[in-house]
Design a binder for this molecule. Structure first.
Ligand SMILES: N[C@@H](CCC(=O)N[C@@H](CS)C(=O)NCC(=O)O)C(=O)O
Length: 201
């Protein structure tokens, strides 16, 4: 069976490139860029949304980084995927939380800083920065008495939330009011699997 992952590391595909490096299986990386590469007929047959990442694992084709990561860890890296129903639900909870509570605000800032450089609307940045404080405070509080989201060890919950939070670095977001988040991202971001993923195209 062959496993192929599509996407470039300088994009949200980094989340799933990180995941596939964590699980340690053999795979083919197709460095599909989010501009033209993701709109070819060949790629649209893999992901009709025209977005990266996407995964083909044998007969299974998947899009959405969080779903790809939950699948990869469950199937190939049981140490990263919780065993109890409750903890599995928590992993899903944090994954959904990251893309619904954090990512939309980050993207507002990304759009202004990177795609609207000549005409930045500071009010959009200020508003997104303010809105994201509430979920950041929740995450910071949650990490007050544990090293990782589900307890003592790194799991797919950390992979997914820290994967989404990678964008915070790109937009130079000030996290100094959230020391527990800073310490936790520090632990997550020193993982070799992430470094290998970041070294890919
Ligand atoms: N919710 C998707 C978002 C994927 C996404 O929007 N990827 C961007 C790259 S960062 C993309 O492919 N953009 C191309 C486009 O929207 O046409 C996921 O997490 O996988």
């Amino acid at each position: 069976m062959t496993t192929t992952i599509y996407g470039v590391s300088g994009s949200r595909a980094i989340r799933s490139l990180w995941a596939i490096e964590e699980v340690g299986i053999e795979y083919t990386h197709v460095a599909t860029h989010f501009f033209n590469d993701s709109k070819t007929d060949e790629y649209l047959a893999v992901n009709p949304n025209g977005r990266i990442p996407a995964l083909v694992d044998g007969d299974l084709t998947l899009f959405e980084s969080m779903a790809i990561n939950l699948y990869l860890t469950k199937k190939y890296a049981p140490t990263l995927y919780p065993s109890s129903d409750g903890e599995q639900a928590k992993a899903i909870q944090w994954s959904v939380w990251a893309i619904s509570e954090i990512e939309p605000q980050q993207m507002q800032i990304v759009i202004q800083k990177f795609f609207n450089r000549d005409n930045i609307d500071q009010s959009v940045i200020d508003s997104a920065t303010e809105i994201v404080q509430r979920p950041l405070a929740v995450l910071n509080e949650h990490l007050a008495d544990r090293d990782y989201l589900l307890g003592d060890s790194f799991s797919v919950a950390d992979l997914n939330v820290a994967g989404v939070m990678l964008l915070m670095q790109m937009i130079d977001f000030d996290l100094s009011a959230y020391p527990n988040i800073q310490n936790w991202t520090g632990r997550c971001y020193e993982r070799d699997a992430l470094k290998r993923a970041q070294a890919l195209d």
